[in-house]
Design a protein around this ligand. Structure first.
Ligand code: CAO
Length: 556
């Protein structure tokens, strides 16, 4: 019998990776390829398999430790000769370091972008100042084919560099392949469900502007490798098939994803389990195979399973087969819808909400607004109540700074923002988005009117950039043109307040002598009660009502 030390193999360019889980202990019997530890780098989480079958003699790492390629992991007393990586035959008790397996032990590791020259197979075509390029599957650490489970773009889409194109999945990882350049998708060359491997063409991209480098001569027959370029690089001298980096989707919960290894993700897909509905019992809430088994067992026995909402152990809503009761149609939700759902749930679970209601008398404001209709048309804009609401909120936020703050340091501190950027919920066919209007306090009503129109247009045309949706201090959600007398909006955490606006209506109001018709605008202010108390909220809303009732005060 010989001893063998298993080391960390090539981990796909990651400089270091943290041990997040030990899967074996001293004395355990392990088989060839059995996972020993789980490593997590900033790009991927990966299981390191054993290069031999035998008994674990020593575990040389601890959870939390940083490892790099070549770091020793365990020592194994080999009881059966492994196919690869085993020490020389007949080697005695002397410790032999296993050479990393020839077959990479981590499949589908994130690789930096690798740009290659053109090839006869996939020539680059020059059209005006644009270049047509085929985008291929990048180095995925293995020659084995992997499943292409999702195509995230379609022909005609204008995409930015780094936008996700497809999702690949093996039994070790699932990851998105980002675009190496900006451009227009000319043709999709694959189908969902295809098996693909490194070098396979995914789509044809027409790159234009700065990203495109016109090719003066036909692409060379032999691919010329250029130095690795990071995904965020903007100078992309591409003259042939483009290989692109992959982004692992096994991100930890802290980064907005679900904390689970690739094998667990694969199993969850096979079981049809939504991973977000499973409580992870592994370190830092990691979902383990056992958790999936438990989940299935509970589901089958009719016992309520458990959802992973902040690890709070909240009972899940059981999934029902509605087709038992009548015809149904099941549709995939958009990415935006799913993201919004996750954000809503996160805010709802984290923020103790209180909602306070009041009506603003906007009779005079409406008369004033009606009088400006022609002027608005002359300016090529529309003057809805929204710019006035924005301005009034800006004044009330300035005077009630608690509503313009956010919790920090785990609740130990408050960040008071010295700027007033307000988000505006926009309902679009693709889902709900919240573009942010900056420095509302410094803008005129006309400027705000133009920006409301521009942002709503961008939102509905799916032209909003991430920066357009960042930096908000407070949000306004207006259902005014839709209807309803009131609703309780969910705070857009880490903001601490949100204003829900319902449809203005003529109502009889007692003026001391008689009921008179007044136009009332129903307002609902939801706030994070950890930060804002009833006094702050009451003062904020009363001021808002007063400002909307007499907009002359907005200029004071
Ligand atoms: N009461 C009565 N009428 C109202 C009103 C209100 N509170 N708010 C707007 N209106 C009127 C406008 O004045 C306009 O009519 P006129 O052209 O005659 O003046 C009409 O309704 C249409 O307005 P609009 O909705 O196009 O424009 P807006 O500036 O009021 O709002 C926007 C812009 C982008 C906020 C809105 O279009 C929108 O998308 N709202 C939905 C937000 C949402 O979904 N919130 C829920 C989030 S949580 O699920």
């Amino acid at each position: 019998m010989s001893k063998q030390q298993v080391t960390v193999p090539d981990i796909g360019g990651a400089e270091g990776a943290e041990v997040i889980e030990l899967l074996v202990a001293v004395g355990d019997e392990v088989s060839l390829e059995q996972s020993l530890i789980v490593l997590e780098s900033d790009k991927a989480s990966m299981e390191i398999p054993s290069t031999a079958a035998g008994i674990v003699l020593e575990v040389l790492v601890a959870e939390g430790q940083q490892l790099a390629e070549g770091s020793p992991v365990v020592v194994i007393e080999v009881v059966a000769e492994s196919a690869e990586g085993a020490s020389a035959e007949g080697e005695s008790a002397e410790l032999a370091e296993a050479t990393p397996a020839t077959e990479p032990v981590i499949e589908l590791m994130a690789e930096p972008a690798e740009l290659t020259g053109g090839s006869a197979d996939s020539p680059a075509a020059v059209t005006g100042d644009a270049v047509n390029q085929s985008v291929t599957v990048p180095d995925i650490g293995s020659d084995d084919p992997v499943d292409l489970i999702e195509i995230m773009v379609k022909t005609g889409d204008i995409i930015a560099e780094g936008d996700s194109l497809v999702v690949l999945e093996s039994d070790k990882a699932s990851m998105e392949v980002p675009s190496p350049a900006a451009g227009e998708v000319l043709e999709i060359l694959i189908n969902e469900g295809d098996s693909v491997k490194q070098g396979d063409e995914l789509l044809l991209l027409r790159m234009s502007g700065a990203a495109a480098v016109p090719i003066a001569t036909p692409a060379p027959e032999t691919a010329v490798a250029t130095p690795a370029v990071s995904a965020s690089s903007t100078s992309v001298p591409m003259t042939g098939p483009v290989t692109v980096p992959v982004v692992d989707k096994s991100a930890p919960a802290g980064s907005g994803g679900i904390y689970a290894g690739p094998a667990v993700r694969k199993l969850a897909r096979e079981f049809g389990i939504e991973l977000g509905a499973v409580v992870g019992s592994g370190p830092r809430g990691r979902v383990l195979k056992e958790d999936l088994h438990q989940f299935v067992k509970k589901s089958l026995s009719g016992e309520s399973a458990v959802v992973a909402t902040g690890g709070a152990g909240i009972p899940a809503i059981p999934e029902i087969d509605f087709s038992k009761f009548g015809p149904v149609e099941v549709t995939e939700r958009s990415k935006l819808d799913k993201l919004t759902a996750a954000n809503m749930q996160r805010s709802w679970l984290n923020v103790p909400h209180v909602t306070q209601f009041d009506d603003a008398d906007i009779t005079e404001l409406e008369e004033f607004r009606a009088g400006l209709k022609a002027e608005a048309e002359r300016r090529g804009t529309r003057l809805t109540p929204m710019p006035f609401l924005l301005k009034a909120c800006a004044v009330a936020l300035r005077d009630n700074p608690k509503l313009n703050s956010s919790l920090a340091q785990g609740g130990a501190a408050l960040v008071y923002k010295q700027y007033i950027h307000i988000g505006m919920a926009v309902d679009t066919p693709a889902g709900l988005v919240v573009p942010v209007i900056r420095d509302v306090d410094k803008k005129t009503i006309w400027e705000l009117a133009e920006e409301v129109l521009a942002m709503a247009g961008k939102a509905r045309g799916r032209k909003l950039m991430p920066a357009d949706m960042q930096g908000g201090c407070f949000t306004i959600s207006s259902l005014g043109n839709i209807g309803g007398t009131g609703f309780t909006p969910i705070v857009n955490a880490p903001e601490v307040g949100i204003l829900g606006v319902s449809k203005a209506a003529l109502k009889p109001v007692w003026d001391g002598q008689a009921f008179v018709p007044r136009k009332l605008l129903p307002l609902a202010l939801s706030y994070d009660h950890r930060v804002v108390n009833g006094g702050h909220a009451g003062r904020f809303l009363s001021q808002l009502v007063a400002l909307m009732g007499d907009i002359r005060q907005l200029v004071m």
